[in-house]
Write a protein that binds this ligand. Structure first.
Ligand code: F0G
Length: 456
């Protein structure tokens, strides 16, 4: 008998209490946090879907691995385990540990970008964009057109626009030092990129002698989508699929806080010997010696085990299904989300849900405040507060106004998700009362983290 319920493929050994607050308290806490959910205290949040980054639960295998951590400054055993785990999946020659993803980005871009360069990507995430622009280069987003329409249902909405890619490279000779593909496409709704798209992008890059890098934070989730949606991959293991994905690229940046299943860590991996040397020199300057890169030996152990566990089929099936479960309830009740549900998060289309709030009054930010006020849920705006401020100081509305509900790995159970759905349905029933917001004070770069906001 094949039963249809997909269960959490783990049992719980350690629990961490979460705290209920009243609506009245939350009203006050929001005002004290200047209407910015990043400025709340985590203990005042009931269900925290701010991010899936570093917020996952580690397994008993990972905790056991941590006890084996070798804290030697140079050449630690833990480094070689980590290196083997990364190489098994990526087959990339040089594996450089970093304290998290953005450190890998900074080191890579600091070594190979110059002012005036252009970096095409299906969609840059905020830190990737900021690190590119910090070098005086242009972060160019070229997702396929359908990837920017929340309602369109396609299996691989995260794909990069291949025509735009080839055009960008040919029209800007010598100015495209690398191309990036982000899997899954986080800012574009957690949507996957197909193997065919990675392969074709790789052919274009190789033809023009431009290295292709994966921003591979969620490579395992992407592999699962390929397995379940792309022809010819149903019988391959997630590991085999991941290996093929990496076979088409020259390097990768990784935040191990996502599909590394760890609370901290990342890496830069690449084949180019000279560039790797430059990166390692830079690493020593700011992160640490190349066999630890700003991490403790026990962190390297946790990541090595996490990279193996994340490719287990029962885990990936549960992971992708638990996100889709919420997406299905919202869709059935007429709440507009980016379709189909992404790998690590549900993205609510706030512009469609709150047509009475102008884009200049940040509808997605306003909705994220309402979810906290009514249900103690913390989400994150991926819209014009995050992306609207241009390097030249002007404002340009983001392509989409989304509220992301990101699922920490192995943390919440189905009843938490049922509660979430209940809160969302309630907020949808009172949505006419939600007001827009304005920016009171904000820094010029990555302003969403610290901006002070006010209700209109
Ligand atoms: N690239 C992507 C696609 C990301 O989603 C992130 C982080 C990074 C790079 C940077 O990695 O945080 O380890 O420095 N995304 C988190 C998020 C913060 O909430 O989506 P990091």
């Amino acid at each position: 008998m094949q039963f249809k319920t997909i269960i959490e493929p783990f049992r719980i050994k350690t629990v961490e209490p979460i705290r209920q607050t009243t609506r009245e308290e939350r009203e006050r806490l929001l005002a004290e946090a200047h209407y910015n959910l990043f400025l709340l205290k985590a203990e005042d949040v009931l269900i925290d879907l701010l991010t899936d980054s570093g917020t996952g639960a580690m397994s008993s295998g990972q905790w056991a691995g941590m006890m084996l951590g070798d804290e030697s400054y140079a050449g630690a055993k833990s480094f070689y385990k980590f290196e083997t785990a990364v190489r098994t999946i990526t087959n990339l020659k040089h594996v450089i540990p970093t304290h998290q993803g953005r450190a890998a980005e900074r080191i890579l871009f600091g070594s190979n970008l110059k002012p005036g360069d252009i970096v095409p990507n299906n969609t840059h995430f905020d830190t990737t964009r900021a690190n590119t622009e910090y070098r005086g280069a242009t972060a160019l987003d070229i997702p396929i057109r359908e990837g920017q329409d929340p309602a369109v249902i396609l299996p691989f909405k995260g794909n990069i626009d291949l025509e735009a890619l080839e055009r960008t490279i040919t029209e800007n000779p010598g100015k495209v030092p690398l191309v990036m593909i982000t899997v899954t496409n986080n800012s574009g709704g957690g949507q996957p990129v197909s193997m065919a798209n990675i392969r074709a992008a790789s052919q274009i890059c190789r033809k023009h002698n431009v290295p292709l890098f994966l921003d591979c934070c969620r490579f395992a989730e992407n592999a699962w989508f390929i397995k379940t949606r792309e022809e010819g991959y149903a019988d391959k293991t997630p590991l085999e699929i991941a290996q093929e994905m990496f076979s088409y690229v020259d390097g990768a940046t990784m935040s191990a806080k996502k599909d590394g299943m760890a609370n901290i860590g990342g890496f830069l991996a690449l084949n180019d010997d000279a560039l790797a040397q430059k990166c390692k020199n830079m690493l020593i300057l700011t992160e640490g010696f190349p066999t630890y890169g700003g991490l403790a030996g026990y962190d390297l152990e946790a990541i090595a085990v996490g990279l193996e566990e994340v490719l287990h089929e029962d885990y990936l099936q549960y992971r992708i299904r638990s996100v889709a479960y919420l997406g299905d309830i919202l869709t059935a009740n007429g709440i507009p989300i980016v379709q189909p549900p992404g790998g690590h998060a549900i993205y609510i289309d706030a512009r469609a849900m709150l047509p009475h709030i102008a884009q200049s009054e940040f509808p997605a930010w306003a909705l994220s405040l309402a979810l906290y006020l009514e249900g103690g849920i913390r989400s994150v705006e991926i819209g014009s507060v995050m992306f609207g401020h241009q390097p030249d100081g002007s404002e340009k509305p983001a392509a989409m106004e989304l509220v992301r509900l990101a699922f920490p790995r192995r943390v919440y159970t189905q009843s938490h998700v049922d509660y979430l759905a209940e809160v969302l349905l309630y907020v949808n029933s009172i949505k006419e009362n939600i007001r827009g917001v304005r920016i009171v004070e904000a820094p010029p770069v990555l302003r969403h983290f610290t901006a002070k906001m006010a209700l209109i």
